[in-house]
Design a protein around this ligand. Structure first.
Ligand code: PEP
Ligand code: MG
Length: 575
């Protein structure tokens, strides 16, 4: 009998295959006492296991830096940091010495103590990090127990597509999933912000997490459908459902192939308006891939990714090289580099949690202005790279006139110091501001008078406008880009910016959401920046849009506050 289970869809697409149930045998942990004379040897055994795991992770980290999306190597970087931190490095040694117990038991008791502390944390994102600690501890335990194989995943031998059904999977296991013969997975645990889900999304593996008791409902080799778009697992589907999903899956593949052919076609609406489609990137090496998808510029290079997962921050020379690399990779198109947006969920090792509420605290430009010396290093590196391409500099999270003035004065200071050093640079690099705090959107004059361009960060704008924490799973369902307040504020920004003649774009996730493309065009947007993979679909929608038809419907949406009517109008626009 067909059965549907609902969880969180964390990866794109649909996969149909046979269930492979994974019940890893619980590691039984030996517990014995040692004599004081055995302490040194036991500590050495633990240190050897620790070094072996570090070596495994470092090798994986290096491999991923060249072969995989940036999130993956960033994740392994986080695991390395957790492994090297005192609670998993020094504390077990202290336990062995004081409790006179074996290394496995010391690790077990120490892990229990750390995870217990995490249970009391209310921040959903931080709570998820508890799983990272458990996964690293398990790696260490396996090495101590002589189970040296990195992953305990089974290997699928059947020629049919196999879908792994597990209680939980570590990010490293998700990375290895394809190599073990699996095309998709579902887990009881996890959340939209868990690292395994992030890895699955980066690798485009369809998956559903947070299914609670999926293992209870399934039998080995059951036929299952994983719908990663909607977070649904269908067990033993009846023939009509199976036919429907098979067709949807085929349609998805066909659409992807067709979209690839649009690469070199200019993005122009039916009524002849040219639209700029730019890409969001995290590393200089992402530029080439973005241009290959048809991007005509980089609209957002999140430079803070150069600062993450490392103990030493990049100096001026290293940053200069990174920016130069990005600029030279794009000889014909602009590259917009955003100054670092650290703080909130992207903290560096040395940064203390100085704000009670990180999203409202010392973040992005606020952090830069509180540490001007460090900010000046980035500004100098950016200007030194400016002769190598069409650089644009973007400043995040500005809100007040005084912040803008301080920022512009630091920019002037950086330029003056380069002149004093006799270094060449382009003094006329366009400087832009992100509009992502509601106060900035409503006091736009402050920005239009002082900047060369604007970029609307809808991710944060919606977070602050609707009071929904971006990483908080408990309120994720409240995210609503069609909320009348969101439409009102966006329309206000577009109208005001158009009237003053300042160029503007959206670089938040709304820019890559095809359901919203016509609405945004109708409201006056002409420049979008998004993940490169979303670009072909958005271009296709633009090619099939008559902006003159979309505009009155979009204006009608502005006069409507009832959600049902708004959805009806959106359907009409997208018809
Ligand atoms: C945004 O806030 O919309 C944005 C593009 O910046 P980030 O997602 O990096 O905060
Ligand atoms: Mg932002």
């Amino acid at each position: 009998m067909s059965l549907s289970l609902h969880g969180i869809g964390a990866g794109n697409g649909i996969m149909i295959g046979r269930a492979h149930l994974h019940h890893p045998s619980l590691l039984s942990i030996p517990h014995y006492r040692i004599t004081p004379e055995q302490v040194d040897a036991e500590c050495a055994r633990f240190n050897q296991a620790h070094a072996a795991v570090r070596q495994e992770l470092e090798t994986l980290h290096q491999r991923l830096q060249t072969e995989a999306p940036s999130e993956l190597s960033a994740l392994i970087g986080v695991h390395l940091m957790i492994l090297n931190d005192a609670p998993l490095k020094d504390a077990p040694i202290a336990q062995i010495t004081t409790l006179l117990c074996n290394a496995e038991w010391a690790l077990h008791t120490q892990t229990a103590a750390i995870t217990q502390q995490f249970n009391t944390i209310s921040d959903a994102y931080l709570r998820e990090r508890r799983n990272d600690i458990l996964q690293i501890s398990q790696r260490l335990m396996r090495v101590l127990l002589g189970q040296t194989k990195l992953s305990q995943l089974p290997t699928a031998h059947n020629s049919e597509l196999r879908i792994l059904i597990a209680h939980d999977l570590s990010p490293a296991e998700v990375i290895d999933l394809n190599a073990h013969g699996f095309s998709s997975f579902v887990t009881d645990l996890g959340g939209a912000t868990s690292h395994s889900a992030i890895v699955a999304r980066s690798l485009n593996i369809p998956c559903v997490v947070a299914l609670h008791h999926a293992l209870l409902w399934l039998q080995q080799d059951d036929l299952v459908i994983v719908d990663g778009n909607h977070g649904v697992l269908i067990i033993d589907p009846d023939p009509q459902v199976l036919a429907e999903y098979t067709q949807r899956q085929a349609q998805q593949r066909l659409t992807q192939q067709q979209l690839a052919t649009l690469r070199d076609i200019p993005a122009q609406s039916i009524d002849g308006q040219a639209i700029r489609l730019h890409a969001n990137i995290e590393r200089p090496s992402d530029v080439a891939g973005a241009l290959a998808q048809g991007a005509t510029g980089i609209g957002l290079f999140r430079s803070e990714f150069l600062f993450l997962n490392r103990r030493e921050l990049p100096d001026e020379e290293e940053q200069f090289e990174a920016y130069r690399q990005a600029l030279t990779a794009s000889p014909h198109y602009p590259v917009t580099i955003r100054t670092y947006d650290l703080g909130a969920d992207k903290t560096i090792a040395e940064q203390l949690r100085t704000s009670a509420n990180l999203a409202l605290g010392l973040r992005a430009i606020r952090l830069c202005l509180s540490e001007p010396k460090r900010f000046l290093i980035q500004l100098r590196a950016l200007y030194r790279a400016s002769p190598y391409g069409q650089l644009k500099i973007l400043i995040p999270m500005l809100m007040s006139a005084s912040e803008i003035d301080q920022t512009l004065s630091l920019i002037a200071q950086a330029k003056a110091s380069l002149v004093a050093d006799g270094l060449t640079f382009n003094p006329a690099v366009p400087i832009g501001a992100m509009v992502e705090i509601p106060a900035a959107a409503l006091a736009l004059d402050l920005f239009t008078k002082r900047f060369d361009f604007l970029s609307v960060g809808t991710n944060d704008l919606l977070q602050y406008l609707l009071a929904i924490g971006r990483t908080d799973n408990a309120v994720a369902h409240l995210y609503d880009p069609l909320h009348p307040a969101v439409l009102f504020v966006l329309a206000h920004i577009f109208k005001h910016a158009t009237n003053t003649g300042i160029p503007f774009s959206i670089c938040g996730e709304m820019a890559g959401d095809v359901r919203l493309t016509r609405l945004l065009l109708g409201l006056g947007l002409r420049e979008f920046s998004m993940h490169a993979t979303q670009l072909p679909e958005i271009k296709q929608r633009i090619l099939h849009t008559d902006i003159q038809t979309a505009t009155p419907l979009a204006q009608q949406m502005l006069l409507t506050s009832e959600p049902q009517q708004l959805h009806q109008l959106l359907e009409q626009i997208n018809h």
